[in-house]
Each structure stands twice: as structure tokens, then as C-alpha cells.
Design a binder for this molecule. Structure first.
Ligand SMILES: Nc1ncnc2c1ncn2[C@@H]1O[C@H](COP(=O)(O)OP(=O)(O)OP(=O)(O)O)[C@@H](O)[C@H]1O
Length: 599
């Protein structure tokens, strides 16, 4: 998903830290949050209309109950016409049964809508995550993201599947009862509704606070999830260092924090209930005293007062329920705020519509490139260099000198903070992601494998060979001189890869990543410490394969073991924000030794 921008546009923001931005609940109004949320219900219009129809029917039926009771008392009980009383009781039973059927239909329809909404929401958040740049994943903890996809979307779903219709049906019931109250006796009705008006003001004032309390609770649930994820990921280190106590302590802290915020949210959510209850009691008291006075002065009948009382109950009972529903609504809104924080992020790095071209024919050119990670000191200062087609380049330098960062800028995992990167003479920001990634292969320092087979892993991101049989694929592998690497796996293409490739050695992972990258036939292949965990014999084999790549392939090799870069055409020394041509290998070694002595 790309947004085209002019090349004069301001530098893009690299700040993707979801937890560094101010409390999202403070920024979005309930109305605009709801408007965005309802977009996910666009496909449900028919079902929603049907559900709303069932609400109107059930609320209407429920509202006729008190009038039938009042009428029966005034006209039949007081006149001892008991056969009519029985007839009206039967009518009441019919009304209540029909209301029950309508209620049941309502629940069924809304349950489906809620689940589909949850499904769409999760898909949308996950799809968005796939579009976000590397900077986003650097700045946010996986556990917190999982919590947003799992927990927060579910909070929204709970409101929609369980509470929305109750919410709407209560509003209908209240409005209907309110109309009945005002039309039966406007003054008595007005008096009965005064507590409800003050409740409205109270709810409006207190809701933002409730939403903030719930947002804080979800944030701490996210932190707890991040903590769990980190300790599960690092279990080997924890066991090896026998530091279970360390993670237990850290978990204890986030758990305590979560407990505190959960208590806060619980208290905030429960504040509505007693206040709503008190208002209902005040209204009943008002109706009772004023109503008895009206009956005693002959302005009202007993039957009407009983009906009136039933309508006051029909008005205030939903209000009591609304206190619970409103709290749930605030929880759902807080969840939605956290989800929409992701959904509104800028997808991927922007694509430039136009850009100045370089008159240099180099396959890769850095021109006055500066780069810093967010909230960190600069890693590269004003770096300029070129790389010619078909040559082999080595990036050497001390640990933390900026080699991986330089390689990441070559592959456009990030954009420079200032300056430009050119690929084949064109600003790298003008290339579509698919084109760029087909031209640049990157074997990362920590190769990542997916669960599945070796075949699945080497075909990842390689649409060209997806439909091939294993025999055809083996042929392609042979043509690329990779068959000796494949032969290291007893089951060949069918070798099982378990979760994240943990059952495969690091060296084997690097071999698979190597096959995966070479098979894509990139114009520029970056190897970031790609042979660090491979034995010397296999390493020589890889070097031979690299030499057999097409003459047009440019290779960029990052290596600490200097023997691996003996055959490089050019060596760059990357350190202290600079990328300098080192000339010969001997000179590069001297620079490294000098740097080591100096530090
Ligand atoms: N995601 C990041 N966020 C913030 N700072 C980072 C990030 N990645 C790297 N850095 C910092 O940038 C600097 C350069 O790191 P880089 O990984 O490019 O070095 P390197 O030369 O590849 O190191 P090594 O030889 O250890 O792999 C270091 O100071 C590092 O701490």
C-alpha cells in the first residue's frame, strides 16, 4: 500500500512507537471513533436493519404491557368482569411470547455481526502490520501487538455482539416509556424524568475518565503480554544462567501494575451503577408521592398510576442496565483507540512520484547520506560512495560501527534522515517495493525461517518457482550451483522446519537463507555476516557459488572474518559515522587494529 509523495516533501516520520504517543483516548472524540468503527459494519447493513427491526418490535411489544395492565384494572377488575380479565391476561401472554421471539432473533443476528466484525478487525490489523516498515517493529514490543490483535479486538467484538443491541433496545424502551410518561401526565412525567437529565450530565462528564482508566488497563495488559513474550523467547538464556528469579521479578512487577490498573478500571466502570440506581429510586419516590397526591385529589386513577409506575420502571430499568452497557462501551472504545492507532499509521515507506536522477551509472550510490534511529545519536554522517555492477564489495569495521545500518539503507529497510540513495541511477524511493526487493537480495545476520518445509522456506517471496514440482525445483537449484548445499539436508526439499526454525542449527539456517536469496537472482546481493556460523569447508563452497553468480550481480559482504573478503574488489571501512574506502585488505586490517587500540 503506497502513498505517492513529491520529492520535496518533508522527511517522513520514523516515530512508530505506539506507546510514546499521548493517550489516544484524549485525542479522538467518541463520535469520530464510532464513525470509523462503523465502517467495519458496512457489509452488515441488511442484517443490522433486520436486527433493529426486531428491536423495535420487541420494545414496542414490551411497551404495550403496562397499558394493557392499567386498562384491565380500570375497566374489568374494578367492574368485576373476570372473563375479560382472563382474555386480557391471554393477550398479555401472547404479547410477551412474541417479544421473547423477537429478542431471541435479535441475539442471534447480533452475535453473527459481532463475530464477523471481530474477524474483519483482526484481519485489518494483521494486514496493516504486514504493510508497516521495519522502524515500526523496532519500536514496538511483539507481545503488546499480540495483545492488541487478540484482546483489544475482542473487547470491541464483545460490545458489538453482546451489548450493542441491548444498548439500542434499552434506548428504544426508554424513549418509548418517556413518551408514554409525558403523554399520560405531562407534569408527573416531567417530574419523573428530572433525575434522568442530571444522570445524562453526570455520564457526559465522567465518561472520558472511565475511558482513560480502561485504556491504561489495556496498555498494562499489553506490557504484561510483552513481558511474557520476551521471557518465552529467551527461555534458553534464563535456564542457562539460572535466572528464573529475574524474569519472575519482572513479571511480578508488570502483573502488579496490571492488577493496579485493572482495579482502577473496575472502579471506574462500576461508578455508573450506584449513581444510576440512586436516580431510579429518586424517580420512583417522586412518582409515588406526587402520584398519590394526584389520585387523592381525583386527578388520576389507581389503574393509571399503576401503569405509570410500570413505565417509570420501564424507563429506569434500562438506565440501570445502561450503566453496565455504558461501561462496556467505554472499554470497547478504549480497545478501538488502541487498534485504530495501528490502523492510522502510515503504511510502509512512501513512494516518490518524481525524484532527481543521478547521472552516475553505478548500481548503488549513497549521496550525502545521514542516518539516525529515532531518539538515538546519528549512525551515519554525510556518507557518499558508489558501487559498480558485477563487483564484490566488503563492509568491515568494528562492532556497532554501522555496517548493518548501511546495508539496511541499501535495501531500503529505512530511509536516510538526510541525503539520497540511488539504485541504478534512480532514487531508491521511486521503486515499488516488489521491484526493489526483486533487485536486492538480503541475507540477514539472524536468518528467520518459517515453520513448514525447506521447500516452503526457499520459495518464500519467490513467486516464479511456486508451482514447480520438487524435481523441477531441484533442477533450478542445480542450475544455480546450489545442489551441494541442498545435499547437506538429508530429506532435501522435504526437510521439516519447526517453529521459527529452532530445530535447525544456526549454520543450517544460514544455508537455507543463502539458497533462498540466490534463487531469486537479485542484481545486488547483501550478505550480512551470512557465513559467520558456517564451517570453513562449507564457507569455501559458498564463496565458489558466489563467484558463479551472473557477471552482472553485485555482491556486498559484511564479515568480521577477514579471510571471507579476500576476493573483494573494494573494501569499505565503516566506523564512527563514516564509510571510507580502505583500499587493500592489508590497509583495512591496519584500520581495524588502529581502531581497536584506540578504543
Ligand atoms: N534498531 C535500532 N535502534 C536504535 N539504534 C540502533 C538500532 N540498530 C542499531 N542501532 C545502533 O546503531 C549503531 C550501528 O549499528 P549496526 O548494527 O549498524 O552496527 P554493525 O557495524 O553492523 O555492528 P555488528 O558488527 O555488531 O553487527 C549501533 O550503535 C547500534 O547500537
Amino acid at each position: 500500500m503506497y502513498r505517492s509523495i513529491n520529492h520535496n516533501a518533508a522527511p517522513i516520520t520514523m516515530n512508530y512507537n505506539l506507546n510514546s504517543t499521548a493517550d489516544p483516548a484524549q485525542k479522538t472524540s467518541t463520535f469520530s471513533a464510532l464513525k470509523k468503527l462503523f465502517r467495519f459494519l458496512a457489509a452488515e447493513q441488511k442484517t443490522l436493519m433486520l436486527a433493529f427491526f426486531t428491536i423495535i418490535v420487541s420494545s414496542g411489544l414490551n411497551l404495550t404491557g403496562p397499558i394493557i395492565i392499567g386498562y384491565t384494572i380500570d375497566h374489568f377488575i374494578q367492574n368485576h368482569q373476570y372473563s375479560n380479565v382472563l382474555l386480557f391476561c391471554g393477550l398479555l401472554l401472547l404479547v410477551y411470547t412474541a417479544a421473547f421471539v423477537a429478542n431471541y432473533l435479535q441475539a442471534r443476528l447480533m452475535g453473527g455481526i459481532g463475530q464477523r466484525m471481530l474477524f474483519n478487525l483482526r484481519n485489518a490489523v494483521f494486514a496493516k502490520l504486514q504493510e508497516l516498515p521495519v522502524a515500526f517493529f523496532n519500536q514496538n514490543k511483539t507481545g503488546d501487538l499480540i495483545s492488541r490483535i487478540n484482546n483489544d479486538t475482542d473487547k470491541v467484538n464483545q460490545f458489538f455482539s453482546q451489548y450493542l443491541l441491548q444498548f439500542v433496545s434499552n434506548i428504544f424502551l426508554m424513549t418509548g416509556s418517556g413518551i408514554f410518561l409525558l403523554s399520560i401526565h405531562p407534569r408527573l412525567g416531567g417530574a419523573a424524568l428530572v433525575p434522568a437529565a442530571s444522570l445524562l450530565i453526570f455520564t457526559r462528564l465522567i465518561s472520558p475518565w472511565v475511558r482513560r482508566k480502561n485504556a491504561a488497563n489495556m496498555k498494562s495488559t499489553g506490557s504484561m503480554s510483552a513481558e511474557i513474550q520476551e521471557s518465552l523467547n529467551n527461555f534458553k538464556v534464563i535456564i542457562a544462567f539460572n535466572r528464573r528469579d529475574y524474569f519472575r521479578k519482572r513479571f511480578d512487577e508488570v502483573n502488579k501494575q496490571n492488577y493496579g490498573t485493572a482495579i482502577g478500571a473496575g472502579m471506574a466502570n462500576n461508578v455508573f451503577m450506584p449513581v444510576f440506581g440512586l436516580c431510579a429510586q429518586l424517580a420512583q419516590l417522586t412518582v409515588l408521592t406526587y402520584g398519590i397526591y394526584l389520585v387523592s385529589t381525583g386527578q388520576f386513577t389507581i389503574g393509571m398510576l399503576i401503569s405509570f409506575f410500570a413505565y417509570v420502571t420501564s424507563f429506569y430499568n434500562p438506565i440501570r442496565q445502561l450503566s453496565v452497557l455504558w461501561a462496556n462501551f467505554q472499554v470497547a472504545l478504549a480497545g478501538w483507540d488502541r487498534i485504530s492507532q495501528i490502523l492510522t499509521l502510515q503504511s510502509d515507506l512512501p513512494l516518490l512520484a518524481t525524484a532527481a536522477e543521478s547521472n552516475n551509472t553505478a548500481v548503488m550510490e549513497f549521496r550525502n547520506v545521514q542516518f539516525r534511529y529515532p531518539d538515538s545519536p546519528p549512525v551515519l554522517h554525510n556518507v557518499s560512495f558508489t558501487m559498480e555492477q558485477g563487483k564484490t564489495y566488503a563492509l568491515v569495521g568494528p562492532t556497532g560501527g554501522g555496517k548493518t545500518t548501511t546495508a539496511s539503507l541499501i535495501a531500503r529497510l529505512y530511509d536516510p534522515t538526510e541525503g539520497q540513495v540511488f539504485l541504478n541511477g534512480k532514487d531508491i524511493r521511486t521503486y515499488e517495493a516488489a521491484t526493489r526487493s526483486s533487485k536486492i537480495g538480503f541475507i540477514l545476520q539472524e536468518p528467520f525461517l518459517f515453520s513448514g518445509t525447506l521447500r516452503d522456506n526457499i520459495l518464500f517471496g519467490n513467486a516464479e518457482y511456486v508451482g514447480m514440482t520438487n524435481e523441477q525445483l531441484s533442477e533450478v537449484i542445480k542450475e544455480a550451483h546450489l545442489e551441494s548445499l541442498l545435499a547437506r539436508f538429508e530429506q532435501g526439499l522435504d526437510t521439516k522446519i519447526l517453529t521459527s526454525g529452532d530445530a535447525v542449527s544456526l549454520g543450517q539456517k544460514q544455508l537455507i537463507a543463502f539458497i533462498r536469496a540466490v534463487l531469486r537472482k537479485p542484481e545486488l546481493l547483501i550478505l550480512d555476516e551470512a557465513t559467520a556460523n558456517i564451517d570453513t569447508i562449507t564457507e569455501q563452497l559458498l564463496e565458489k557459488i558466489l563467484q558463479q553468480l551472473p557477471d552482472t550481480t553485485t555482491r556486498v559482504i559484511i564479515a568480521h572474518r577477514l579471510n571471507t573478503i579476500e576476493n573483494a574488489d573494494e573494501i569499505f571501512f565503516v566506523n564512527a559515522g563514516e564509510v571510507i574506502r580502505a583500499g587493500s585488505l592489508e590497509h583495512a586490517v591496519n584500520m581495524l587494529l588502529h581502531e581497536k587500540r584506540a578504543s
